[in-house]
Each structure stands twice: as C-alpha cells, then as structure tokens.
Design a protein around this ligand. Structure first.
Ligand SMILES: [Zn+2]
Length: 301
C-alpha cells in the first residue's frame, strides 16, 4: 500500500530507506503488471496474426482454384488443327460427326449419321437462285448465307453474275436425282456423278452448285472451271469460307469427278488451311478426327 504521507520522515536517508522499502513491492507489482501487459500484447498480436493469416489463406485458395480453371480453359481452347503446309487453326467445339457441324465430312465412305437429316435453319440467300427449283433446293443453311452473299456480290463486282443452281436437297430429292442418272446412264456413271441418299453434302445445307445466271454458260459442266467465273471461284472462294470440294486432280480421293461448280462451306479458318495445304476435306479428315478426340475428352461433347 502506498502510505508515504503517513510515515514519519526523519531524514532523507530514512525517508529514502522507508520509501525504498515501501516502493519495492509496488515496483514489483508494476513490473509484474507490465510483464502481464507485454505478454497480453504479444498474445493479442499473435492472435491477430493468426486470424489475419486465416483470412488471407481463404482468398489464396480461391485464387488458386480460379487460376487452375483459367489455365484449364486456356488449354481447352488451345486444341488446334494443323494441316501440313498450313498455319494451325483453332478447333471448332462441336462433334464433327454430327450433320450440323461445319466440319462434317460427308462422302461415299462417310455417310450422314442420320440419313433423314434436315437442317432447321434453311433460308433463301439474298442472291439469285435458279427459278425453276423448289424453295428447298434454292435454300442453304442460314449459317453460310452471309458469306455466300458476300462472295456472289464480290463476283458480280468483277463482272460475273452467279446464282444458286442447287442448294439443299432432301433425302427424297437426292434419291430422285440418283435414280434418274442410274436409269439413264447406269450405276457406274450414277456413282461417279451423284450421291446416294444420306451420302450427299447437299443434304447438309452447307453445299451448293454455283453457276452463271446464264445457264447456257457451262451450267453444272466441267467447262465451268475454265470460265472466268469458274476460275475466280477456284481462286477466291476460300476467302469466304468455301472450298471447291471435288478438284480435278483429286478424283481418286474424293471418289467424284471434277466438279468446279460444287462448293462446300467449312468456315474461313478451315477453308484457308485447306487452301494453303492443298488437301481435300477427305484428306483433312484424320486431322479433324484427332482434334475431335481431344475435344471429346476436354469438353465432353
Ligand atoms: Zn453439287
């Protein structure tokens, strides 16, 4: 207890001693109090640090997860198709076996997975069409219409008036065409010039026969390839996402005669790659299949 005031103070020494004797326990108490204070302070700091560390750890985990997802997405996006002699292109995220895919390969070897397939987005493109054809056959899929219109308009600016000679063909119409050639010229000719129902690109709505509006000018004939418009199509259609599907020097591969009028839409990246590599769609198929396998794993398409 602090009682300096009531103690008799005789001399400075006594006072000094008395005060010392009284103050020492008090100082010890203060010292202990100070120690407790310091310990409490350290504890508080330690506790504070612990809480801070816990809070800091949570966002870090989220961040790591987000980074992982981002990296994963980036890896998925990097699935590419590289054709020999061409720059890599990003793989389309879709099943190329589906008739709806822009990269579907339809041929004598690979028929449509659904032979009754009919696109749901057929439109009449805003360019001339052969007037005596049905609305179906003058149509193409909406997804190809803008590039088709742009190409035909650019051809017109060069002085070539083109039209859709034959666009979408149903399974039934393809059957009529095939049987007509079969009856007139026999199976060998029919197989070379036409496709069986379910094996025609026309049924996808992604292919069409392009021709001069003047049907007297090599309409659906090999000589179309030697006309100015035919040459222009061969040289420029890839810029609009189209390919001449059955080239003159690849008949063994495509199993079709040279058809400079038959163009198929695959989108600009693949059309560019096919142009640069010189491959037909048939030859590109193994490369597309490889990308499809990777996509099936990565995206579970
Ligand atoms: Zn055709």
């Amino acid at each position: 207890m602090l009682n300096i005031a009531i103690h008799p103070v005789v001399g400075s020494d006594v006072t000094s001693v008395t005060c010392w004797c009284i103050l020492k326990p008090m100082q010890m108490k203060r010292s202990k109090t100070g120690l407790y204070f310091v310990l409490a302070l350290i504890l508080a700091i330690a506790l504070g640090w612990f809480v801070f560390a816990q809070q800091a750890a949570a966002p870090t985990k989220t961040s790591t997860k987000a980074t992982t997802q981002k990296t994963s997405t980036t890896v998925q996006k990097k699935i590419e198709v590289t054709l020999p002699g061409a720059s890599p292109i990003e793989a389309r995220v879709e099943d190329y076996h589906e008739p709806t895919s822009l990269w579907v390969v339809v041929s004598k070897t690979y028929p449509l997975s659904n032979d009754a397939y009919r696109p749901t987005d057929l439109v009449l493109p805003g360019i001339p069409q052969r007037k005596d054809k049905s609305q179906d056959e003058r149509s193409v899929r909406q997804v190809i219409a803008p590039d088709l219109v742009a190409m035909v308009n650019d051809a017109k600016a060069q002085g070539y008036d083109l039209m859709v000679g034959s666009g979408f063909r149903s399974k039934e119409l393809q059957s009529v065409y095939y049987n007509s050639i079969l009856k007139a010229s026999g199976q060998a000719v029919a197989d070379k010039q036409s496709a069986l129902p379910g094996k025609s690109e026309h049924q996808t709505g992604l292919a069409l026969d392009i021709a001069y509006t003047d049907m007297g000018n090599c309409y659906i004939e090999v000589c179309f390839g030697s006309t100015p418009a035919g040459k222009w199509i061969a040289a420029n259609s890839y810029k609009y996402g189209f390919i001449v599907r059955y080239p003159e020097d690849k008949t063994e591969i495509t199993q079709y005669q040279y058809e400079p009028w038959h163009i198929r839409y695959v989108g600009k990246p693949l059309a560019q790659a096919l142009h640069d590599s010189g491959l037909t769609l048939d030859e590109a198929r193994p490369y597309l299949e490889k990308a499809r396998d990777a996509l099936l794993t990565a995206h579970k398409i």
